[in-house]
Design a protein around this ligand. Structure first.
Ligand SMILES: C[S@@+](CC[C@H](N)C(=O)[O-])C[C@H]1O[C@@H](n2cnc3c(N)ncnc32)[C@H](O)[C@@H]1O
Length: 216
């Protein structure tokens, strides 16, 4: 199954660069007659790792609106930005002002990324800045990451919308077996979502799982 907006050249997965000639995180570039493609480095992006590990049901399409919780400096978001194109929009929430400072120049080159300096735990503080979205992507590496996703989905997710979340076991508990943590988080998420895919990201991202889901 092909993933919308993602091309495969040999073993590498790529997105078509919406800003040709400009790299984002020193990724490899492949030039073809169809244009310039940015290789999606699976060691630097959890969605990239999930795709390399076989995820094919990736709910992304041209023109979609995304709420990205924990956008950091925009590595993964840059590939989403390529896929959703000029008609799409990524609202990128990040609470580290240092990361947002690095994200701002990227958002000037890629007009479909809107940086929001804010805490994903308190969406009430930035509700006025965003509209309802087709997808929430979360990668915050926090102990309450599943609760944060549910809270945001209740406010911002359109009917029929999807979520993707990367869960880092060690952010929840360093002493508990990651498989037990993944099962607990799955149970929490299933109170509100139906999970369609669960990809263990080992060894690309140790002790991480990646879930794709929809509201029940
Ligand atoms: C693992 S990094 C994200 C990497 C990014 N998703 C990527 O693939 O390019 C986690 C990010 O979440 C941010 N973060 C953690 N807790 C947060 C919160 N409560 N609200 C907003 N951002 C948060 C951190 O500052 C950090 O930049």
């Amino acid at each position: 199954m092909a993933i919308t907006g993602v091309s495969q050249f040999g073993k590498e997965y790529c997105t078509k660069n919406m800003t040709p000639g400009k790299k984002v995180y020193d990724e490899k570039i492949i030039r073809r007659s169809g244009g310039e493609f940015r290789v999606w480095d699976p060691t630097k992006s959890k969605l990239g790792a999930a795709i390399y590990k076989g995820l094919r049901n990736v709910p992304i399409f041209n023109g979609m609106k995304i709420l990205y919780l924990g956008i950091s400096t925009g590595t993964t978001a840059s590939h989403l930005s390529d896929i959703i194109g000029a008609d799409g929009l990524i609202y990128g929430v990040e609470f580290s002002s240092r990361s947002v400072r690095d994200l701002v120049p990227l958002s000037k080159k890629r007009k479909n990324i809107i940086p929001i300096l804010g805490d994903a735990r308190t969406p009430e503080n930035w509700t006025h800045l965003i509209e309802k979205v087709d997808l929430i992507y979360e990668d915050v590496a926090q102990p309450d990451q599943s609760d944060i996703l549910i809270r945001n989905a209740k406010i911002f997710l359109k009917k029929g919308g999807s979520v993707m979340i990367a869960i880092k076991a060690r952010s929840i508990n360093v002493a508990t077996n990651p498989m037990e943590i993944f099962a607990n988080e799955r149970k929490k998420l299933e109170t509100y979502f139906t999970i369609s895919d669960a990809i263990n990201l080992n060894p690309l991202e140790k002790d991480h799982i990646f879930f794709v889901a929809k509201v029940k």
